[in-house]
Design a binder for this molecule. Structure first.
Ligand code: BJW
Ligand code: ZN
Length: 261
Protein backbone atom coordinates (compact mmCIF):
# COMPACT_ATOMS: atom_id res chain seq x y z
CA UNK A 1 0.00 0.00 0.00
CA UNK A 2 1.39 3.46 -0.86
CA UNK A 3 0.91 6.47 1.42
CA UNK A 4 1.39 9.90 -0.16
CA UNK A 5 4.26 11.73 1.56
CA UNK A 6 5.83 8.60 3.07
CA UNK A 7 9.05 8.65 0.99
CA UNK A 8 9.60 12.34 1.83
CA UNK A 9 8.94 11.74 5.52
CA UNK A 10 11.32 8.74 5.52
CA UNK A 11 14.06 10.82 3.87
CA UNK A 12 13.69 13.57 6.50
CA UNK A 13 13.90 11.02 9.33
CA UNK A 14 16.92 9.35 7.71
CA UNK A 15 18.73 12.69 7.49
CA UNK A 16 17.90 13.84 11.02
CA UNK A 17 20.55 13.96 13.72
CA UNK A 18 18.00 14.31 16.57
CA UNK A 19 14.36 13.28 16.53
CA UNK A 20 11.58 14.05 18.99
CA UNK A 21 8.34 12.07 18.82
CA UNK A 22 5.11 13.34 20.39
CA UNK A 23 2.42 10.68 20.77
CA UNK A 24 -1.21 10.83 21.83
CA UNK A 25 -4.16 8.53 22.38
CA UNK A 26 -4.35 7.57 18.67
CA UNK A 27 -1.12 5.55 18.96
CA UNK A 28 -2.84 3.24 21.47
CA UNK A 29 -6.24 3.12 19.72
CA UNK A 30 -5.30 -0.02 17.78
CA UNK A 31 -4.40 -1.66 21.12
CA UNK A 32 -8.00 -1.09 22.26
CA UNK A 33 -7.42 1.96 24.50
CA UNK A 34 -10.16 4.57 23.89
CA UNK A 35 -9.15 8.03 22.67
CA UNK A 36 -10.54 11.21 24.30
CA UNK A 37 -12.02 13.24 21.48
CA UNK A 38 -13.89 12.35 18.30
CA UNK A 39 -17.08 10.34 17.84
CA UNK A 40 -15.92 7.33 19.88
CA UNK A 41 -13.75 9.22 22.39
CA UNK A 42 -14.16 9.16 26.19
CA UNK A 43 -15.27 12.81 26.29
CA UNK A 44 -18.39 11.85 24.24
CA UNK A 45 -19.73 9.84 27.19
CA UNK A 46 -17.95 11.43 30.19
CA UNK A 47 -17.52 15.09 31.14
CA UNK A 48 -13.85 15.99 31.73
CA UNK A 49 -14.73 18.60 34.35
CA UNK A 50 -16.49 15.88 36.44
CA UNK A 51 -13.62 13.40 36.20
CA UNK A 52 -10.29 14.90 35.20
CA UNK A 53 -9.83 18.08 37.27
CA UNK A 54 -8.63 18.63 40.85
CA UNK A 55 -12.04 20.15 41.65
CA UNK A 56 -13.81 16.96 40.50
CA UNK A 57 -11.68 14.91 42.92
CA UNK A 58 -12.47 17.22 45.84
CA UNK A 59 -16.21 17.14 45.02
CA UNK A 60 -16.60 13.42 44.40
CA UNK A 61 -13.44 11.30 44.86
CA UNK A 62 -15.47 8.07 44.71
CA UNK A 63 -16.82 8.88 41.23
CA UNK A 64 -13.35 9.82 39.98
CA UNK A 65 -11.86 6.59 41.39
CA UNK A 66 -14.68 4.51 39.90
CA UNK A 67 -13.87 5.93 36.46
CA UNK A 68 -10.12 5.45 36.85
CA UNK A 69 -10.66 1.91 38.18
CA UNK A 70 -12.67 1.10 35.05
CA UNK A 71 -9.96 2.56 32.81
CA UNK A 72 -7.15 0.77 34.67
CA UNK A 73 -8.93 -2.57 34.19
CA UNK A 74 -9.50 -1.85 30.50
CA UNK A 75 -5.86 -0.84 29.91
CA UNK A 76 -4.57 -3.88 31.85
CA UNK A 77 -6.06 -6.04 29.05
CA UNK A 78 -4.27 -4.09 26.27
CA UNK A 79 -0.94 -4.90 24.64
CA UNK A 80 1.46 -2.70 22.67
CA UNK A 81 0.78 -2.60 18.91
CA UNK A 82 3.19 -2.33 15.93
CA UNK A 83 3.31 1.49 16.31
CA UNK A 84 4.60 1.26 19.92
CA UNK A 85 7.14 -1.37 18.83
CA UNK A 86 8.37 0.60 15.81
CA UNK A 87 8.99 3.65 18.04
CA UNK A 88 10.79 1.55 20.67
CA UNK A 89 13.07 0.19 17.91
CA UNK A 90 13.69 3.69 16.55
CA UNK A 91 14.72 4.93 20.00
CA UNK A 92 17.01 1.96 20.60
CA UNK A 93 18.61 2.24 17.14
CA UNK A 94 19.24 5.94 17.64
CA UNK A 95 20.82 5.42 21.04
CA UNK A 96 19.93 8.68 22.82
CA UNK A 97 19.30 10.71 19.65
CA UNK A 98 15.55 10.11 19.74
CA UNK A 99 13.26 11.25 22.56
CA UNK A 100 9.74 9.86 22.83
CA UNK A 101 7.33 12.24 24.57
CA UNK A 102 3.93 10.74 25.26
CA UNK A 103 0.72 12.26 26.54
CA UNK A 104 -0.57 8.73 27.14
CA UNK A 105 -0.88 7.36 30.66
CA UNK A 106 -1.34 3.72 29.58
CA UNK A 107 2.28 2.52 29.87
CA UNK A 108 2.21 0.81 26.45
CA UNK A 109 5.33 2.59 25.11
CA UNK A 110 7.18 1.37 28.18
CA UNK A 111 5.86 -2.19 27.69
CA UNK A 112 6.93 -2.16 24.00
CA UNK A 113 10.41 -0.92 24.95
CA UNK A 114 10.76 -3.79 27.45
CA UNK A 115 9.69 -6.30 24.73
CA UNK A 116 12.13 -4.90 22.15
CA UNK A 117 15.00 -4.74 24.66
CA UNK A 118 14.35 -8.35 25.68
CA UNK A 119 14.40 -9.52 22.04
CA UNK A 120 17.65 -7.66 21.41
CA UNK A 121 19.09 -8.83 24.74
CA UNK A 122 19.92 -5.30 25.92
CA UNK A 123 18.82 -3.64 29.18
CA UNK A 124 15.60 -1.59 28.86
CA UNK A 125 15.86 2.17 29.40
CA UNK A 126 13.85 2.81 32.62
CA UNK A 127 13.42 6.48 31.66
CA UNK A 128 11.65 5.63 28.34
CA UNK A 129 9.40 7.40 27.42
CA UNK A 130 8.82 10.91 28.87
CA UNK A 131 5.25 10.54 30.19
CA UNK A 132 4.17 14.17 30.44
CA UNK A 133 0.65 13.38 31.71
CA UNK A 134 1.73 10.74 34.24
CA UNK A 135 0.93 7.03 34.51
CA UNK A 136 -2.51 5.61 35.27
CA UNK A 137 -1.21 2.49 37.05
CA UNK A 138 0.44 4.54 39.85
CA UNK A 139 -1.22 6.21 42.86
CA UNK A 140 0.06 9.40 44.45
CA UNK A 141 -1.01 11.25 47.55
CA UNK A 142 -3.37 14.18 47.03
CA UNK A 143 -1.57 16.08 49.82
CA UNK A 144 2.09 15.01 50.11
CA UNK A 145 4.67 13.59 47.69
CA UNK A 146 4.13 9.88 48.44
CA UNK A 147 3.81 7.66 45.34
CA UNK A 148 2.68 4.02 45.21
CA UNK A 149 4.11 2.29 42.11
CA UNK A 150 2.15 -0.93 42.61
CA UNK A 151 -1.19 -0.08 44.24
CA UNK A 152 -3.87 -2.64 45.04
CA UNK A 153 -7.09 -2.44 42.95
CA UNK A 154 -9.37 0.35 44.19
CA UNK A 155 -12.93 -0.32 45.32
CA UNK A 156 -14.67 2.73 43.86
CA UNK A 157 -18.14 1.62 44.95
CA UNK A 158 -17.91 3.37 48.32
CA UNK A 159 -15.87 6.26 49.74
CA UNK A 160 -14.68 3.95 52.55
CA UNK A 161 -12.90 1.73 50.01
CA UNK A 162 -10.70 4.54 48.67
CA UNK A 163 -6.95 4.32 49.33
CA UNK A 164 -5.31 6.67 51.84
CA UNK A 165 -1.71 7.81 52.16
CA UNK A 166 0.47 5.69 54.50
CA UNK A 167 2.42 8.84 55.42
CA UNK A 168 -0.19 11.55 55.98
CA UNK A 169 -3.62 9.84 55.79
CA UNK A 170 -4.94 11.99 52.92
CA UNK A 171 -6.69 10.34 49.95
CA UNK A 172 -4.48 8.79 47.30
CA UNK A 173 -5.31 9.65 43.66
CA UNK A 174 -4.24 8.37 40.25
CA UNK A 175 -0.78 9.72 39.30
CA UNK A 176 -1.99 11.55 36.19
CA UNK A 177 -2.14 15.24 35.21
CA UNK A 178 -5.61 16.72 35.24
CA UNK A 179 -6.78 19.90 33.51
CA UNK A 180 -5.52 22.99 35.34
CA UNK A 181 -2.61 21.11 36.94
CA UNK A 182 1.03 21.78 36.12
CA UNK A 183 3.07 19.06 34.42
CA UNK A 184 6.14 17.73 36.25
CA UNK A 185 8.72 20.47 35.56
CA UNK A 186 11.68 18.12 34.92
CA UNK A 187 9.69 15.94 32.51
CA UNK A 188 8.34 18.98 30.68
CA UNK A 189 11.81 20.51 30.54
CA UNK A 190 13.17 17.26 29.03
CA UNK A 191 10.41 17.32 26.39
CA UNK A 192 10.95 20.96 25.45
CA UNK A 193 14.75 20.61 25.32
CA UNK A 194 14.35 17.62 23.00
CA UNK A 195 11.87 19.62 20.89
CA UNK A 196 14.28 22.57 20.57
CA UNK A 197 17.24 20.44 19.54
CA UNK A 198 15.40 18.09 17.14
CA UNK A 199 15.73 18.30 13.35
CA UNK A 200 12.47 16.38 13.05
CA UNK A 201 9.38 16.22 15.25
CA UNK A 202 7.19 13.20 14.50
CA UNK A 203 3.67 13.74 15.85
CA UNK A 204 1.56 10.59 16.11
CA UNK A 205 -2.11 10.13 16.98
CA UNK A 206 -2.83 13.34 18.85
CA UNK A 207 -5.46 15.99 18.27
CA UNK A 208 -2.69 18.48 19.23
CA UNK A 209 -5.14 20.52 21.30
CA UNK A 210 -3.91 20.12 24.85
CA UNK A 211 -1.10 22.40 26.00
CA UNK A 212 1.70 22.54 26.92
CA UNK A 213 2.31 19.13 25.24
CA UNK A 214 0.83 20.40 21.96
CA UNK A 215 3.64 23.00 21.82
CA UNK A 216 6.32 20.32 21.26
CA UNK A 217 6.02 20.42 17.41
CA UNK A 218 5.72 24.22 17.38
CA UNK A 219 8.94 24.49 19.40
CA UNK A 220 10.76 22.22 16.90
CA UNK A 221 9.37 24.20 13.95
CA UNK A 222 10.35 27.53 15.55
CA UNK A 223 13.92 26.22 15.96
CA UNK A 224 14.04 25.34 12.22
CA UNK A 225 13.14 21.62 12.40
CA UNK A 226 10.59 19.75 10.31
CA UNK A 227 7.23 18.45 11.52
CA UNK A 228 5.86 15.11 10.28
CA UNK A 229 2.35 14.16 11.35
CA UNK A 230 0.73 10.71 11.38
CA UNK A 231 -3.00 10.70 12.06
CA UNK A 232 -6.21 9.13 10.79
CA UNK A 233 -7.48 12.60 9.91
CA UNK A 234 -6.28 16.22 9.57
CA UNK A 235 -5.76 18.13 12.85
CA UNK A 236 -5.12 21.80 13.71
CA UNK A 237 -1.42 20.97 13.30
CA UNK A 238 -1.74 19.59 9.75
CA UNK A 239 -1.57 22.99 8.06
CA UNK A 240 1.78 23.66 9.77
CA UNK A 241 3.25 20.19 9.20
CA UNK A 242 5.91 19.66 6.52
CA UNK A 243 4.51 16.21 5.79
CA UNK A 244 1.12 14.85 6.84
CA UNK A 245 0.59 11.09 6.60
CA UNK A 246 -3.02 10.00 6.81
CA UNK A 247 -3.75 6.50 8.11
CA UNK A 248 -3.54 4.24 11.17
CA UNK A 249 -0.32 4.59 13.16
CA UNK A 250 0.04 0.80 13.50
CA UNK A 251 0.22 0.52 9.72
CA UNK A 252 2.14 3.70 8.83
CA UNK A 253 4.86 3.82 11.52
CA UNK A 254 6.44 0.40 10.85
CA UNK A 255 6.59 1.16 7.10
CA UNK A 256 7.84 4.71 7.63
CA UNK A 257 10.58 3.75 10.07
CA UNK A 258 11.60 0.69 8.03
CA UNK A 259 11.89 2.89 4.96
CA UNK A 260 13.88 5.50 6.97
CA UNK A 261 16.38 2.73 7.79
C1 BJW B 1 -5.25 7.94 15.28
C2 BJW B 1 -5.67 6.64 15.37
C3 BJW B 1 -4.90 5.71 14.79
C4 BJW B 1 -7.22 7.86 16.40
N1 BJW B 1 -3.76 6.12 14.19
N2 BJW B 1 -4.19 8.41 14.71
C5 BJW B 1 -8.02 27.48 27.31
C6 BJW B 1 -9.11 27.20 28.15
C7 BJW B 1 -8.98 26.31 29.22
C8 BJW B 1 -7.79 25.71 29.50
C9 BJW B 1 -6.72 25.97 28.66
C10 BJW B 1 -6.84 26.85 27.60
N3 BJW B 1 -5.64 26.90 26.95
C11 BJW B 1 -4.79 26.08 27.57
C12 BJW B 1 -5.43 25.51 28.62
C13 BJW B 1 -4.86 24.55 29.56
C14 BJW B 1 -5.21 23.09 29.31
C15 BJW B 1 -5.50 22.88 27.83
O1 BJW B 1 -4.60 22.69 27.03
N4 BJW B 1 -6.78 22.86 27.46
C16 BJW B 1 -7.17 22.74 26.04
C17 BJW B 1 -8.04 21.51 25.88
C18 BJW B 1 -7.89 24.01 25.65
N5 BJW B 1 -4.04 22.37 29.74
C19 BJW B 1 -3.87 22.05 31.02
O2 BJW B 1 -4.68 22.29 31.88
C20 BJW B 1 -2.55 21.36 31.36
N6 BJW B 1 -1.94 22.01 32.46
C21 BJW B 1 -1.55 23.29 32.40
O3 BJW B 1 -1.67 23.97 31.40
O4 BJW B 1 -1.02 23.74 33.58
C22 BJW B 1 -0.69 25.12 33.69
C23 BJW B 1 -0.42 25.40 35.15
C24 BJW B 1 0.79 25.97 35.52
C25 BJW B 1 1.02 26.24 36.87
C26 BJW B 1 0.06 25.94 37.83
C27 BJW B 1 -1.14 25.36 37.46
C28 BJW B 1 -1.39 25.09 36.12
C29 BJW B 1 -2.81 19.93 31.80
C30 BJW B 1 -3.42 19.12 30.73
C31 BJW B 1 -3.72 17.71 31.26
C32 BJW B 1 -4.49 16.87 30.23
N7 BJW B 1 -4.97 15.69 30.87
C33 BJW B 1 -5.59 14.66 30.06
C34 BJW B 1 -6.05 13.56 31.02
C35 BJW B 1 -4.84 12.77 31.53
C36 BJW B 1 -5.21 11.78 32.56
C37 BJW B 1 -6.11 10.69 32.04
O5 BJW B 1 -5.84 10.01 31.03
O6 BJW B 1 -7.11 10.48 32.68
O7 BJW B 1 -4.65 14.14 29.12
S1 BJW B 1 -6.91 15.24 29.03
C38 BJW B 1 -6.55 14.21 27.66
O8 BJW B 1 -6.13 15.00 26.52
C39 BJW B 1 -5.32 13.40 28.08
C40 BJW B 1 -4.52 13.37 26.83
O9 BJW B 1 -3.17 13.08 27.12
C41 BJW B 1 -4.74 14.75 26.25
C42 BJW B 1 -4.48 14.85 24.78
O10 BJW B 1 -5.33 14.03 24.05
P1 BJW B 1 -4.81 13.26 22.76
O11 BJW B 1 -3.78 12.29 23.15
O12 BJW B 1 -4.44 14.24 21.73
O13 BJW B 1 -6.10 12.42 22.36
P2 BJW B 1 -7.36 12.85 21.46
O14 BJW B 1 -8.43 11.88 21.73
O15 BJW B 1 -7.66 14.28 21.60
O16 BJW B 1 -6.83 12.65 19.96
C43 BJW B 1 -6.56 11.37 19.40
C44 BJW B 1 -6.07 11.58 17.99
O17 BJW B 1 -5.66 10.32 17.48
C45 BJW B 1 -7.14 12.13 17.03
O18 BJW B 1 -6.56 13.19 16.27
C46 BJW B 1 -7.45 10.94 16.11
O19 BJW B 1 -7.76 11.32 14.77
C47 BJW B 1 -6.16 10.17 16.17
N8 BJW B 1 -6.26 8.73 15.96
N9 BJW B 1 -6.92 6.62 16.06
C48 BJW B 1 -3.44 7.44 14.15
N10 BJW B 1 -5.20 4.40 14.80
ZN1 ZN C 1 0.40 11.88 51.92
Amino acid sequence: MTTPGLPEAAARIRGAEHIVVLTGAGVSAESGVPTFRGTTGLWKSFRPEELATPGAFVRDPRLVWEWYGWRRALIAECDPNPAHRALAELALDRNGRCTIVTQNVDGLHHAAAREVARLREVPPDPAYPLEVHGAIHRDRCSACSTVDETPAPVDGTSELGLPTCPDCGALMRPDVVWFGEPLDPDTLDGAMTAARTADVCLVVGTSALVHPAASVPTVTAAAGGAVIEVNLEPTPLSGHADVSLLGPAGDILPRLLESAG
